[in-house]
Design a protein around this ligand. Structure first.
Ligand code: 4NP
Length: 160
């Protein structure tokens, strides 16, 4: 039975949030939690709606064993804040944009920042890799792997 539904959010939903979704799905499978936790991703912008994730993100993720399969879609405030339990932004601007969409304090309480779950403190956001090179995509995956481990621990603790 699905106990928690997570929505990962970035600007375009073609780099960071689809990668976060793919990394989390894989880590949930390894932790035996995939039947309990459901993941999806969306973007603040609908500019890339219907598109596969950026090929660079897909390739870098695949090299680590993560299949990024989701198609881009825009956040739907009226539906997503009802459907999901946690809405997890990748950077400060994503959080600000999500905060503008809330309808209630209950909605507001669903918003988290991906790096809230990080074990490291060097980055307080997942940097946008879109206009950069390979290093940026690798950094995104490093930070997402770490934050997903923390998110799994958080979900396990909340369950007890
Ligand atoms: P993302 O990266 O937010 O990690 O998906 C971006 C993708 C596309 C654009 C910006 C950021 N864009 O401006 O098209």
């Amino acid at each position: 039975m699905i106990e928690k539904k997570l929505l990962f959010v970035c600007l375009g939903n073609i780099c960071r949030s689809p990668a976060a979704e793919a990394v989390m799905v894989e880590k949930l499978k390894k932790a035996g939690m995939d039947a309990r936790i459901m993941c999806d991703s969306a973007g603040i912008l609908g500019y890339h709606a219907g598109e596969k994730a950026d090929y660079r993100m897909r390739n870098h993720a695949l090299q680590r064993g993560y299949k990024v399969t989701s198609l881009s879609r825009k956040v739907k405030a009226d539906v997503d804040f009802d459907h999901f339990d946690m809405i997890i932004g990748m950077d400060e601007q994503n959080i600000k944009d999500l905060n503008l969409l809330v309808r209630s304090s209950a909605d507001l309480n669903k918003i988290f920042r991906m790096t809230d779950f990080s074990s490291q403190s060097a980055y307080d956001h997942i940097p946008d890799p879109y206009y950069g090179g390979s290093d940026g995509f690798e950094l995104v995956l490093d930070l997402l792997e770490d934050a997903c481990d923390g998110l799994i621990k958080y979900l396990e603790k909340r369950k007890q």
